[in-house]
Design a protein around this ligand. Sequence first.
Ligand SMILES: Nc1ncnc2c1ncn2[C@@H]1O[C@H](COP(=O)(O)OP(=O)(O)OP(=O)(O)O)[C@@H](O)[C@H]1O
Ligand SMILES: [Mg+2]
Length: 265
Amino acid sequence: MAQPLLRLDNVSKSFAGTDALSDISLEVEPGQVLCLLGDNGAGKSTLIKVLSGYHKPTSGTMKVDGEEVVFNSPRDASAKGIATVHQYGGTFPLMSVGRSFFVGAEPTKGWGPFKWFDKPKANKIAIRELKALGITRIHDGNRLVGGMSGGERQSLAIARAVYFGARLLILDEPTAALGVKEAAHVLRIIMQARRKGIAVIFVTHNVLHAMTVGDRFAVLIHGRKADDFAKGERTREQITDLMAGGEAMAELEAEIAAYEKEATA
Ligand SMILES: Nc1ncnc2c1ncn2[C@@H]1O[C@H](COP(=O)(O)OP(=O)(O)OP(=O)(O)O)[C@@H](O)[C@H]1O
Ligand SMILES: [Mg+2]
């Protein structure tokens, strides 16, 4: 068996009064896509923030390549090759494409105190890397990120993570705000990263998107892992029911049946 790239054992996270995560154990291997499913408030983003060094777990352990790690900041997580594209953002609307590609890692020319940001070079690399991911409508690295479509922005964030050598790419709802074509494009990029041996944690509400690219799946309900399974082990209906909580769906169905009865009476 391959060594898991990342492994969580019994991770919990509480905020004053709320148990956002309880006793989560998970692992992900290189070249594997782990889909994290769950309804609003299930704890998905909180888990992502623990993995990427924004939150410290209240208890439990995390291991990278079999070695225990404690992240005191996002910088510690990125030093281990964990790159996260957070929900609602990750890119900078008022920044140029080239600049945002290199933010925090600017290529400089010159030396000592005379270094300056090499804009043409940054632009060239950013455009080249976007093209490699099939984003062909952006030709000018000086364009502002804010003028790109949602799918192009997600692609930009993924492109820079891959370019800077991410080993684990974490994507929090990357397809949520996208149309069908753009979502398909982002899913294709996820598969491209997977083929390079990158591990991906893909957070989504969309069961179909998850089933298209996922190797393994974990479902969170109220901060707990309710189920954990491999590709092919559950049907789409089973997953949808589980996410909604079987009860909620049964209630809704009963309500609809009652309504229909009333309407035909
Ligand atoms: N910083 C915080 N302080 C207090 N409570 C928080 C904090 N962050 C999250 N929570 C709570 O933890 C729970 C899980 O939230 P989280 O954002 O992880 O859910 P989610 O699964 O990402 O939901 P969504 O699908 O809506 O993005 C919620 O009840 C939320 O209010
Ligand atoms: Mg969230």
